[in-house]
Design a protein around this ligand. Structure first.
Ligand code: ATP
Ligand code: MG
Length: 283
């Protein structure tokens, strides 16, 4: 069996969730902060801990077969890799922001303006699509202080809550790109059986995250109403109770409209509702 290599961020915003998803796939490994490589003891896999900027290239060149990194970093690097799966964490948006007092209201008004960013490739593509010529000033960090220092008229940077913009007297102006952490592979890696196996495990962890396991009691007279509200994987399981008038219903429900669903179940006569997390759903 081939030993795969997966590159993940050594420290930073994506490290913890990347480690967590691999652990939830049932992989055993030591997560020593000091080591740059860790061997999984129960799967043919080595984990490389790298700066996130280096991950796209490692995967493109096949030094690592797989990687977990933000889409923003992949697109900026222009790396030729295969997107295998969005992972649902590390969500953020790359935005252009302008000083609060700026009179710019339309993208066309960025013509000839200086924009500071750590994402020159993505910004250039965006400006081109919008037929704007601007002066892109590439800096590696603390982009938000650009306008205050007179370095630029606007910035293009990652925004999640907007707090950093606010504290630097900036307001968001337009959205350039949405990003989240993704699993990428070297070209052709998706054909390897070990990659397929790992991908299946990741999918089963992601599916489980989107759902909850629910057990509830309902009088038989209300059973139809309650069952109609539940999709289940096939159909809900109905179990007899000691009290012959009542049954217990077991089902899986989606996380996204969880509270709405619980409230309609209650209204339909469900009682003693117990909700449990699901670890994995094997397709
Ligand atoms: P490294 O030391 O590995 O180079 P870094 O400082 O470049 O790390 P982090 O700040 O740890 O990067 O961010 C990693 C990724 O997390 C970003 O590329 C982006 O995809 C995602 N992310 C999510 N929310 C945010 C945010 N609010 N600010 C910056 N990045 C975010
Ligand atoms: Mg980085």
């Amino acid at each position: 069996m081939k030993t795969l290599k997966i590159a993940i961020q050594k420290s930073g915003r994506l490290n913890e969730k990347s480690v967590e998803i691999l652990k939830n796939c049932g992989l055993s490994f030591e997560n020593y902060k000091s080591s740059l490589i860790s061997t999984v003891t129960n799967f043919p896999l080595e984990i490389l801990f790298l700066r996130d900027d280096d991950i796209p290239e490692y995967v493109q060149d096949g030094i690592a077969d797989l990687g977990i990194v933000g889409e923003n970093v992949i697109v900026e690097a222009g790396a030729e890799v295969t997107y295998l799966q969005k992972l649902g964490f590390g969500k953020c948006t790359l935005k252009i922001a302008i000083p609060n007092e700026s009179r710019i209201t339309e993208i066309a008004q960025l013509e000839g303006k200086a924009i500071a960013t750590s994402y020159p490739v993505i910004l250039e593509k965006y400006l081109k699509e919008n037929h704007v010529n601007a002066d892109i000033r590439t800096i590696s960090g603390s982009v938000e202080i650009g306008p205050g220092l007179g370095l630029s008229d606007a910035i293009c940077d990652i925004v999640s809550t907007g707090g950093t913009l606010k504290s630097n007297g900036l307001k968001p102006f337009s959205e350039v790109m949405k990003s989240e952490a993704v699993l990428i592979g070297s070209k052709g890696s998706e054909l390897l059986p070990e990659v397929q196996e790992l991908l299946q495990r990741i999918l089963s962890v992601l599916r489980a995250k989107e759902t909850k396991y629910v057990v509830l009691n309902v009088a038989k007279t209300n059973l139809k109403k309650v069952v109609d509200l539940l999709p289940g994987v096939k159909s809900p399981t109905v179990v007899p109770l000691f009290d012959e008038e009542w049954v217990a219903v077991h089902s899986v429900i989606a996380e996204h409209d969880f509270w709405e669903k619980i409230n309609s179940l209650k209204a339909a006569g469900a009682q003693g509702i117990v909700v449990m997390p699901i670890e994995k759903i094997i397709a």
